[in-house]
Design a protein around this ligand. Structure first.
Ligand code: C2O
Ligand code: CU
Length: 432
């Protein structure tokens, strides 16, 4: 070990003594078809889903920040597969995008993923092959990167939000890739649900609730009952200070972390034009003394600091129903181009700071996701807003983002309404 490496190691150890320089033992995620009870049994029996390790969502993967995660994808499906680690700033070859960062994993075959997540927070993993169908059928799960010193809570709970379109018999309607859905809001389900762990809370307990919108196309406005607290992180990244909330809004793929005290039975309802639609609940029994400490601020992750803007770009969302034409050859387009092109939308020099105006010229909302990076949403006065990996842009609106492209490789940039992605709203960038 040379002197420089030694100094860096000791500095890192002083700053964060609990960051393990370790590796998790390799674990396997096996993708397969299986039967699982999705609808309440009074409506129908089990649904044939696609899951990881026999369940939907797949197992909660959890490692310490700085610890290497080793996961072997075993594909037991009768079609290809690949796993994307959504929101994780990792090495490009581990990003899980078939044809762009790795070969598609054929049926019966496997692929080794191995990476060190740099950032603590709430992430998730999902299929990135035929994702509008494979994610809808259940190929997704939570990925939690623990802080060196996690906040003081009694329970750390993931709520994985999903949206299902099922027949009376509880089976998927076989209408994936339906052009009408793709041209509108996407493949909306008829049964929405939050997958929650089986825990009973005490009145007065403090919990961390990690909301993950793993649905394919549905935006969840969530009414949260029985909790009093604040939002502490968005898309994995801690807020500079805890923030009050009313009805947290999650575009597909977005995450919201809340730290809150239990004031009654916890209920998650989706705000819907037909009224509040219950998606999940956590029972309460017994009582404990509530904490007097305020809701904590989570330790910041070491994201790159924005420099001078080298370029201003526009990413114009086009297409869909009830809109004008565009120059692409599919239902949706960015800047008059549909689907993955041989040339990227843009090439960046490493560490360039770029401003991109995400301009929605369509009649539908879009959640725009950039792989391998987090970016700032810019506030209307141009100041730096929240870090996100997925930005929701409403019809007719423009959301400016500022990104330091510090992660070399080929990264997708696409709408995370996965039906829109399937209908051409996708492109890629390259950081040299
Ligand atoms: Cu969550 Cu391109 O993906
Ligand atoms: Cu979209």
């Amino acid at each position: 070990m040379d002197r420089r490496a030694f100094l860096m190691t000791s500095a890192a150890m002083l700053a964060a003594p609990r960051i393990a320089m370790a590796s998790t033992p390799e674990m396997t995620l096996t993708a397969d078809r299986l039967m699982q009870q999705i609808l309440p049994t009074k409506y129908a029996g089990p649904t044939e889903v696609m899951g990881f390790n026999g369940s939907v969502p797949g197992p909660e993967l959890r490692v310490q920040q700085g610890e290497r995660l080793n996961v072997r994808l075993q594909n037991n499906l009768d079609e290809g597969a690949a796993v994307h680690w959504h929101g994780v700033r990792l090495n490009n070859e581990m990003d899980g995008v078939p044809m762009l960062t790795q070969p598609l994993v054929p049926p019966g075959d496997s692929f080794e993923y191995s990476f060190v997540p740099r950032d603590a927070g709430t992430y998730w993993y999902h299929s990135h092959y035929l994702s509008h169908e494979q994610v809808a059928r259940g190929l997704m799960g939570p990925l939690i990167i623990d802080e060196a010193t996690p906040p003081d809570v009694d329970h750390d709970i993931c709520a994985v939000l999903a949206d299902w379109r099922l027949t009376r018999e509880g089976q998927f309607t076989d209408d994936f890739g339906n052009r009408h859905d793709i041209a509108h809001a996407g493949r909306m389900g008829n049964y929405a649900k939050a997958f929650l762990p089986d825990v009973t809370l005490k009145q007065g307990a403090r919990i961390r609730l990690r909301l993950i919108n793993a649905s394919v196309d549905r935006i969840f406005p969530l009414i949260i009952k029985g909790l009093s607290g604040k939002i502490v992180a968005l898309d994995g990244m801690p807020l500079p200070a805890p923030r009050d909330y009313d009805v947290p809004f999650l575009s597909p793929a977005q995450r919201v972390d809340i730290i809150a005290d239990v004031t009654g039975p916890v209920e998650l309802d989706m705000q819907h034009r037909q009224g509040a639609y219950p998606v999940g609940a956590l029972p309460v029994a017994g009582e404990m003394q509530p904490r007097s400490a305020p809701i904590p601020t989570l330790p910041a992750n070491a994201l790159p600091v924005a420099g001078g803007v080298t370029r201003n770009l526009d990413l114009i969302m086009m297409g869909g129903a009830m809109s004008g034409g565009h120059g692409g050859d599919d239902i949706w387009a960015f800047n008059d181009m549909s689907g993955m092109q041989s040339e990227p939308y843009a090439r960046f020099k490493r560490n360039e700071t770029v401003k991109i105006a995400l301009r929605n010229d369509t009649r539908w909302p879009h959640g725009i996701h950039l792989h391998g990076h987090h970016f700032h949403e810019l506030n209307s006065d141009g100041s730096l807003g929240d870090f996100r990996d997925t930005s929701l842009v409403n019809p007719g609106q423009t959301q400016e983002i500022l990104c330091v492209f510090d992660n070399p490789g080929k990264w997708m940039l696409h709408c995370h309404m996965l039906s829109h992605q399937a209908g051409g709203m996708k492109t890629w960038i390259e950081v040299a």
